[in-house]
Design a protein around this ligand. Structure first.
Ligand code: HEM
Length: 514
């Protein structure tokens, strides 16, 4: 009936050939007994047309994270499972995650070669690049560009503020138009956040109704959707399927081509208009670095146009959904906890007033606002299992042998729910980040951006965006659910990151500057 079903059966048969690998490993961490052929979580390999039958709403994967965390109660904080014949070790709780990513940083900082991801990224760029000197150089360069943008004349703040002004105007307009239905904040916030990445990398902002820009964002979404949630997951078992001339396989190649044309076009325009004395953005800086390395005779330099292309893609993918969803979750919690929303607003009124918009210089003076954002990030970990790590060599870890090539999943969600570190971890309580004098204090076990060598490269930028957006929107508006509407379920929807289930809000203005 269905090509997908045939492929699935084919996959099961061929997986048998790798089954024996599971048996040769000794002293690996304990874990549930793997099923023949598919391992413990064969479901990951099942295409969506079959999975949909068993899935209720978008909560299934979130529940899988709860399930993984629960397995730690049975097998301990370091446990193993198999997907097919691939050994995966899940790290749970603060002590274990910190031990692995800080004390064994050199052993556990590689990334696995996941065929769908490798096909899309060629293992270049930063996010999925193998741990080694090339990744290190590229990351160091991009990190320094991000820092320069944050501090120098090309600072992020005006760029973020400009996006927020548009969000507020649009929000007001849509709120008036929608009457009691409420406004979906997601497209507005997503556009503002993507525009920050656009300004940083491509030196240009796009209007939220710009067709080319919306098309690019849609293409990226579609590419991810295909890789994560369609028969294309079978490419992870049989990479040759990528070349099939039909269905999602064909579509995936087309999406890849369209993204390439868009981004390469922008890089070409940058080359034509480059002024080395006045770099406009990351692409300019990278092109200048490329030329500098050529003139100093570094023939084997990894700084190439090709690499630049994948870095730009990485920044879009790593920097858009994560930040958008963190902002949306914070606004959702404000709707659900109106008393906290009011407390944040009171603090903003006292420190900033209503006649100017909040700026980054206010950040240190708004501890309750910051604590509220952090508490939402603690409770809702938008990248709950970080990005998969891989052991680059066989390593002894906490009495177990972790063979080279093992996929390591640091369960950040479990760290934020670790009852040895947090009182009543399931309760939403911003106060936990404040001391007796109301001052903010940092806890090491708070790690929404991960830790160690692969810690999020955009952490500082994301924090700026989160703070300015939340402070600015709560200064201008009070958010509530439309009358008679139930709140969305809090398990969220898991794509590449954990997003809130769709919700709409009504806003009332609070007077003052918009
Ligand atoms: C990696 C979280 C925003 C760029 C990561 C990781 C996490 C994370 C958990 C994986 C760490 C690991 O593998 O151990 C977040 C959250 C964000 C956010 C919660 C927003 C609230 C951003 C932004 C950018 C960015 C705005 C870009 C400007 C990256 C990059 C990596 C990464 C490039 C890969 C680092 C590497 O492999 O060396 N992020 N991120 N992120 N993030 Fe973010």
């Amino acid at each position: 009936v269905n090509i997908g079903a045939l492929l699935f059966l084919f996959t099961l048969c061929c997986l048998a050939k790798v089954l024996q690998n599971q048996r040769h490993l000794s002293n690996i961490p304990p874990g549930p007994r793997p099923w023949p052929i598919v391992g413990n979580y064969g479901g990951f390999l099942v295409p969506s047309f079959l999975r949909r039958r068993f899935r209720r709403g978008g909560g299934a994967v979130k529940n899988a994270i709860v399930l993984l965390t629960d397995q730690a109660n049975i097998y301990g904080n370091v446990f193993s499972l198999f997907v097919g014949s691939q050994l995966i070790v899940v790290l749970n709780g603060y002590e274990v995650v910190k031990d692995a990513l800080s004390n064994h940083a050199d052993d556990f900082s590689d990334r696995p070669d996941i065929p769908t991801v490798s096909i899309m990224t060629k293992r270049k760029g930063i996010v999925f690049a193998p741990y080694g000197p090339i990744w290190k150089k590229q990351r160091k360069f991009c990190h320094s560009v991000l820092r320069n943008f944050g501090l120098g004349k090309l600072t992020f703040e005006p760029c973020i503020q400009q996006g927020l002004a548009t969000v507020k105007t649009e929000l007001l307009r849509l709120n008036e138009e929608s009457a009691s239905r409420g406004v979906d904040l997601a497209p507005l916030i997503r556009n503002a956040v993507s525009n920050v990445i656009c300004s940083l990398t491509l030196g240009q902002r796009f209007h939220h109704e710009d067709r080319e820009f919306s098309a690019l964002l849609d293409l990226m979404d579609r590419g991810l959707e295909i890789c994560v949630n369609s028969a294309a997951v079978l490419i992870n078992v049989f990479p040759f399927l990528y070349h099939l001339p039909f269905g999602v396989f064909k579509e995936l190649r087309q999406v890849e081509r369209d993204i390439t044309v868009f981004l390469k076009g922008i890089i070409t325009k940058h080359k034509e208009t480059l002024d080395c004395e006045n770099p406009r953005d990351l692409v300019d800086m990278y092109l200048i670095e490329m030329m500098a390395q050529k003139t100093t005779g570094q023939e084997d330099s990894s700084f190439t146009e090709d690499y630049l292309f994948y870095i730009v893609g990485d920044l879009f993918i790593a920097g858009t959904d994560t930040t958008t969803n963190s902002i949306l979750w914070t606004l959702l919690y404000m709707v659900l906890y109106p008393d906290i929303q009011e407390k944040v607003q009171t603090e903003i009124d006292e420190v900033v007033g209503r006649h100017r918009v909040p700026s980054l210089t206010d950040k240190g003076h708004l501890p309750f606002t910051e604590a509220t954002i952090m508490e939402v990030q603690r409770l809702v970990v938008v990248v709950p299992l970080a990005i998969p790590h891989m052991a680059s060599k066989t390593t002894e870890f906490r009495g177990f042998t972790i063979p080279k090539g093992t996929v390591i999943l640091p369960n950040l969600w479990s760290v934020h729910k670790d009852s040895t570190q947090w009182d009543e971890p399931d309760i939403f309580n911003p106060q936990r980040f404040l001391d007796d004098e109301g001052k903010l204090f940092r806890k090491e076990c708070f790690m929404p951006f991960g830790i160690g060598r692969r810690v999020c490269m955009g952490e500082q930028l994301a924090k700026m965006e989160l703070f300015l957006t939340v402070a600015s929107l709560l200064q201008a508006f009070t958010f509530r659910l439309p009358d008679g509407k139930l709140p969305p379920p809090l398990h969220g929807r898991f794509g590449l990151t954990l997003a809130p289930c769709p919700f709409t809000v009504c806003v009332s203005t609070r007077g003052g500057v918009l």
